[in-house]
Design a protein around this ligand. Structure first.
Ligand code: BG6
Length: 466
């Protein structure tokens, strides 16, 4: 591909990069003063919940190998990179003393990135509640909001001279779903009332972190990263349309509206009131949320949500779930990522961007995650060690075509970050599905090799298009 053959060209300065998180890459879970978080704890008490019994101590060793990895980022054409700070590495008990070794590590990572000409995008919370705070209830306890605000402030004060893109949370709905509704994160509770309180406190924590950031006047931008799943009704029948609207309010607008508009969606508030699940809200909270909205929105997009009206009456004795109002269904004949069980619907990315343009003031945004997890990629490795992942290149291109179209129609999207830079440990799925531009060979002590997609990604970034 040469510059002349570029069909889809992106605006000057487009952010090309990828995203990771601390727990999924750092390893060194018990080193240099790091405190335990819920993943370290859950693995200790229930290792069988993790694919092949592999826990967070066995991640891709970014803690030791960050220099080598940042060099590789350069080689796959990154001009920006998102990682998260591990709260329990920086402040082992979640509040109180700061760990100097934690400060040193993140300083090193930030300086190394900047030295390579890669802009650090830093996220404060990626599913990793410090265990000492989980013991007092985690996000269900309002004290944790204060602890988080203090932690966020510490990060701004220590690193904000160099970091100019901050994110308060990654996919804040996931700990709500995983920890309090559908049992895929610790503490594995099924409790709708608590889930709502947890979600509410997370929204409040984000607004308070934004307030703290603005007070410091560091001249950067602060946002949030949300996983948006456009909600498509089965038909135009009013019952299906209503079902899709409610699913959208629960799973997208619950965080999107307060983050961007400073208010909760009326449809959701109405349901919570009717069902008696309104969270505990203190007097000044709603004003804080109203005043401290994001400058920048990260959009993680993997799959759409297909929704239909309920066909059977909900069992009144079953625990309350959002699904009391709608059913999910799989559309027959759709392209699927069979490894992950997710529908691949490229146009969804465009629909999100146009929705942001039309209904959210065309907020500045970027694609902060999009990617394809594949099982058994080793079989595509050639004699030189390179994995031939043409399907990943195709996946990225197919999504980028829709991003490109959204830009032509006026979307304020500023970049594309892939999930992820190198194969990493994925929560309970551990190393089952690989997402990286760079492979990590677990049989060879984590040896890194750039995949075919990584080489292609470099040309994508160099040509600012494809
Ligand atoms: C996002 C998360 O939900 O998707 C990542 O921000 C995660 O942490 C990624 O790894 C891919 O999902 P999974 O479950 O296949 O790892």
């Amino acid at each position: 591909m040469t510059k002349d053959t570029v069909t889809y060209r992106f605006p000057e300065g487009f952010w090309w990069g990828s995203a990771t998180s601390a727990t999924q890459t750092e390893g060194a879970t018990h080193r240099d003063g790091k405190g335990k978080n819920i993943w370290d704890h859950w693995y200790e008490v229930e290792p069988s919940r993790f694919f092949q019994g592999v826990g967070p101590q066995d991640t891709s060793q970014f803690y030791e190998r960050y220099k080598e990895d940042i060099q590789l980022m350069k080689e796959v054409g990154h001009n920006s990179f998102r990682f998260s700070i591990s709260w329990s590495r920086l402040i082992p008990d979640g509040r109180g003393e700061v760990n100097p070794k934690g400060v040193e590590f993140y300083n090193n990572v930030i300086d190394e990135l900047l030295g390579q000409g890669i802009e650090p995008f830093v996220n404060l919370f990626h599913f990793d509640m410090p265990m000492e705070l989980q013991k007092i209830g985690g996000w269900a306890n309002r004290e944790v909001v204060d602890a988080y605000e203090a932690y966020a402030k510490t990060c701004f004060e220590r690193f904000g001279d160099r970091v100019k893109k901050w994110f308060t949370h990654n996919e804040p709905i996931v700990p709500v779903e995983g920890g309090y509704l559908y049992d895929f994160h610790y503490p594995n509770e099924v409790d709708f009332e608590k889930a709502i309180q947890v979600g509410y406190h997370t929204v409040l924590s984000s607004a308070k972190a934004i307030r703290a950031y603005k007070q410091l006047n560091q001249g950067g931008k602060i946002g949030i990263i949300l996983n948006l799943t456009p909600s498509y009704p089965r038909s135009n029948h009013p019952a299906d349309l209503k079902a899709a609207k409610i699913a959208d309010a629960f799973f997208n607008r619950s965080f999107l509206d307060p983050s961007v508009k400073g208010e909760f969606p009326e449809e959701l508030v109405q349901i919570l009131k009717e069902e008696g699940f309104m969270p505990i809200i203190e007097e000044e909270d709603l004003e804080i949320i109203r005043q401290h909205t994001v400058d920048l929105l990260g959009v993680n997009y993997y799959q759409p949500r297909r929704v239909k009206a309920k066909e059977t009456l909900p069992n009144p004795d079953a625990p309350f779930m959002p699904e009391r109002y709608f059913d999910h269904y799989a559309m027959p004949g759709r392209k699927m990522n069979v490894h992950r069980g997710w529908e691949i619907y490229e146009k969804g990315i465009y629909d999100i961007l146009i929705n942001l343009k039309e209904h959210y003031g065309n907020i500045e945004c970027f694609i902060s995650e999009n990617g394809m997890g594949v099982e058994g990629e080793e079989k595509f490795r050639d004699e030189n060690g390179v994995i031939h992942d043409d399907y990943r290149i195709e996946f990225i291109q197919d999504h980028l075509k829709w991003v490109h179209r959204a830009i032509q129609e006026g979307s304020n999207v500023k970049g594309y970050h892939l999930w992820t830079f190198m194969d990493n440990w994925s929560w309970a799925n551990a190393y089952k599905n690989r997402y990286g531009l760079v492979s990590v060979n677990l049989d060879k002590n984590g040896e890194r090799t750039i995949k075919k997609s990584g080489k292609w990604y470099k040309t994508l970034s160099e040509n600012n298009g494809f």
